[in-house]
Design a protein around this ligand. Structure first.
Ligand code: ZN
Length: 56
């Protein structure tokens, strides 16, 4: 196949975030009260934030 689109890359879901402590921040999904909730958690210090960006 020729002419592969350069815009076809998916950038969602592959980003990595790191906590100031050096641990990797992982997204977690919890199902509570009939709703899916997402939060970010550091693997190392177990710090939790609503969004991975909040670790900066
Ligand atoms: Zn941490």
């Amino acid at each position: 196949m020729a002419g592969v689109s350069k815009n076809a890359r998916t950038t969602s879901g592959t980003q990595k975030f790191f906590c100031p402590c050096g641990g990797e921040v992982k997204m977690r999904s919890i199902f509570s009260s009939g709703k899916m909730k997402h939060h970010a958690e550091c693997e190392k210090c177990k710090r939790q934030e609503r969004k991975p960006k909040d670790f900066r």
